[in-house]
Design a protein around this ligand. Structure first.
Ligand code: BGC
Length: 744
């Protein structure tokens, strides 16, 4: 890594305009430095330790068991995670502030990743809205509800790019594209933190999982990550970088080893890259027990060794492992780490607490009337809109929207599943507040017009067809005009540690589909999932497929809005849906190779392709249908040649050719024709959500600074090339409308 470090310093000089330290930050560090002078070494390590409470006992998988109260009173805990109850948080805070020697307040962290009380669609789903302002607002609502609960800090945004839907944590991210991922990461940081971290409606954000956690080999959670540094910098780093630039005050180190070193012990990642190059000045927390797990990774002999590695890598806070508090003092006394380093790590933690206003008033986040903050009606309506914008219409032969007065057979494990619709990491979401598809459809179409049966179980504990379920499903289908079949994967199948090798719809649910197909009724599949799936079978057999994801508290009303035609589907995929699992990784921004396939849609040999299936995914990145039809025409490159450092301008005409109003996402892609390194066949470099009335046209103008066309060269410099570029604009990553420009 030494070689990298030297190069990094060079890169840092040429690429990173590290933001100047603000007055507020300077003040926070000044305060921290003064306080550190009064602290004992043990108290310092206390600030670097994070614990969880479970029935009165502090535990971590690292084996630390101690009495919470005495640990807090002795100043040996800096933070707690996952405290769900405000009274418990305030009780612990009071203990820390009033009973420990220096009265340093605790910081409480929790995974509030797509909503706190009101649960928004899972993050991958929300990214399909391409609505950056809405995503920012969803984060602000989550912050308001968290802050009122005395949760000062969220472990979000997850900035991990992933091209592997076998990995269940794709549900927590923004999909496969670094450009869109960066915009979303920055928006979420702005949403959580606002302009004033000390305000009682903002909380600290945490960029995770640093780094490249989403590239786990074979899609297995926690698995090894290895790739070239060029690939890392081009495809994986941009969202983390954008979140740092947006001012996120904390970062989480990932579980995985990266280029041979576990991230939590990688000085190259956590210090050279994150701090020196990206200019991060907040604090780094490890992932759950990740410091201690370096023993199992095989780079540390014991907990003491692991603590030494992590401290030297500049990892500030140990989540749950307990090795910092257990061995920190000894490490200093034995000269294995310096107290100067400990002071630096502590000051960064204290500075964030200071910026949150916790020293000024440690109870400030627990004062609001919760009934006024939780589940505000306007926020619930907003969640409904976001859910509708996140859902993606994948197929429609005309059955949607449903006619008024139609009789519906609503069938499947997720049609009335208040918990599943909240997905993974449900924050403090209350499933009793979920409005299910069944409730919302009964309200919209009349109870007498919606016949319901579950027919099949799918989840953590129960799976398979319910006895008599298929017969009942067929019976109600025969009594109805249309079948809405809610199938796919449950909320439990999303999030951490649910990797799957088979990403098709479970076989029993396919059996149900087959039985219903025989009735000859029109079938609309409502696909529940937190990941991209292989749904060839469902697409072939159903008349329409609406990807409903795990749509959150208001998923039901959103589905009713869409199937009734009150809202027009406008979501576009941010992760390719594979044609077959064996294609993975399949993503739109792949390379050409010297022998590209002649057709993406035919099996063939002697090229980068398969002899048994097509190259193209079933649905590409950017794809999504509407009840109307949008036409893209008149692509104009307004700046056919542009100076390096200038701005490329492209315009396109978009026309709504259908009979109803609708929203579309116009997407701009480029390709660097002759570059220093091989470049993706297409890269997203601009997008705009637009609303068009029936028959209306609009000219969309894109402005792309040439700096956005920069990439990592073999000497690790970040710059754009002079020369020719292709450009396409359209409604997905296969957009045919093409132009050219040249950078001089
Ligand atoms: C996850 C993190 C999460 C942490 C705290 C870990 O298992 O990987 O994403 O923030 O737990 O709950």
């Amino acid at each position: 890594m030494k070689k990298f470090s030297i190069l990094l310093m060079f890169v840092a000089l040429v690429t990173s305009a590290t933001a100047q330290m603000t007055q507020e930050e300077k003040e926070a560090f000044k305060f921290a430095d003064k306080l550190i002078k009064k602290m004992t070494l043990r108290e310092k390590f206390g600030q670097l330790e994070q614990f969880i409470t479970r029935r009165g006992v502090v535990t971590g998988p690292g084996g630390v068991k101690c009495d919470i109260e005495s640990a807090v009173r002795k100043g040996e805990v800096g933070s707690f995670l996952s405290i769900r109850d405000r009274n418990e948080a305030l009780r612990l805070q009071k203990m820390a502030v009033e009973e420990s020697r220096l009265g340093i307040p605790l910081i409480f962290g929790y995974d509030i990743i797509h909503g706190c009380k009101i649960i928004f669609p899972e993050n991958l789903a929300m990214s399909c809205s391409w609505n950056i302002d809405a995503i920012e607002r969803s984060a602000r609502i989550a912050a308001e509800e968290s802050a009122a609960t005395a949760i000062h800090w969220t472990f979000s945004p997850m900035c991990d790019i992933s091209v592997d839907p076998r990995w269940s944590r794709v549900s927590e991210g923004a999909g496969e594209d670094p450009y869109l991922g960066a915009k979303i990461a920055a928006a979420m940081v702005r949403g959580y933190q606002g302009n004033d971290l000390s305000a009682t409606n903002t909380i600290a954000a945490c960029i995770k999982h640093f780094a490249a956690y989403g590239a786990a080999q074979a899609g297995k959670d926690y698995n090894t990550v290895d790739m070239s540094e060029l690939m890392f910098r081009n495809l994986y780093l941009p969202p983390y970088r954008a979140a740092v630039d947006a001012g996120a005050v904390t970062v989480m180190s990932s579980f995985n080893d990266f280029m041979g070193v576990p991230a939590s012990g990688s000085k190259w990642l956590l210090y050279d890259l994150l701090r020196k190059e990206l200019g991060f000045r907040g604090f780094v927390v490890s992932d759950w027990n990740a410091v201690h797990e370096m023993i199992i990774h095989g780079v540390a002999a014991d907990g003491k060794d692991a603590a030494e590695l992590a401290l030297k890598a500049h990892l500030n806070m140990d989540m749950l492992g307990g090795d910092y508090i257990a061995y920190g003092e000894q490490l200093v006394k034995e000269g294995r780490i310096s107290e100067k380093l400990v002071n630096e790590l502590v000051r960064e933690v204290l500075a964030v607490k200071y910026r949150l206003g916790l020293f000024e008033d440690p109870y400030k986040y627990g004062k609001q009337d919760l009934s006024e903050v939780y589940y505000r009606p306007e926020n619930m309506q907003f969640a409904r809109k976001v859910a509708a914008e996140s859902m993606v219409l994948l197929k429609n032969d005309g059955v949607l929207p449903l006619q008024k007065g139609v009789k519906i057979a609503l069938i499947g494990p997720f049609a009335d599943a208040p918990k599943d619709q909240l997905g993974a990491w449900r924050g403090l979401g209350d499933e009793k507040r979920s409005i299910t598809f069944r409730t919302a459809l009964e309200e919209r179409f009349g109870k007498e017009n919606v016949l319901y049966t579950k027919a099949c179980e799918c989840g953590r504990y129960k799976n398979g067809l319910i006895e008599g379920g298929v017969e009942e499903a067929v019976k109600i289908a025969e009594q109805s005009d249309v079948v809405l079949l809610s199938i796919g994967l449950s909320g439990w199948h999303s999030g951490e540690s649910r990797s799957r090798a088979d990403i098709t719809v479970p076989a029993d649910q396919q059996e149900l589909l087959d039985a219903l197909k025989k009735t000859g009724k029109k079938i609309v599949v409502l696909l529940s999932t937190g990941r991209a799936m292989d749904i060839r079978n469902e697409v072939e057999k159903a008349d329409a497929v609406l990807l409903t994801w795990h749509g959150g508290t208001m998923a039901g009303p959103a589905v009713a809005d869409l199937v009734s035609g009150d809202e027009n589907p406008s979501g576009h995929l941010t992760m390719s849906f594979p044609y077959y699992v064996g294609q993975i990784p399949v993503h739109y921004n792949s390379k050409n190779t010297g022998r590209p396939a002649k057709s993406q849609f035919k099996a063939q040999g002697y090229s980068a392709s398969y002899v048994d299936i097509q190259n193209a995914p079933l649905f590409p990145f950017g794809y999504g249908l509407s009840y109307t039809e949008f036409e893209y025409s008149d692509l104009k490159v307004l700046t056919p040649t542009v100076e390096l450092g200038g701005v490329v301008k492209v315009s396109v005409k978009v026309t709504n050719k259908g009979k109803v109003a609708g929203d579309d996402v116009a997407q701009l892609y480029v390709h660097d024709v002759v570059a220093e390194t091989t470049r993706p066949v297409r890269e997203l470099k601009g997008f705009e959500r637009l609303s068009l009335k029936a028959g209306e046209s609009k000219i969309v103008e894109f402005e792309i600074p040439t700096s956005e066309l920069a990439y990592c060269h073999t000497d690790l410099s970040w710059k754009a090339d002079k020369g020719d570029f292709d450009v396409w604009v359209g409604a997905d990553s296969y957009a045919p409308l093409k132009g050219k420009f040249t950078i001089k």
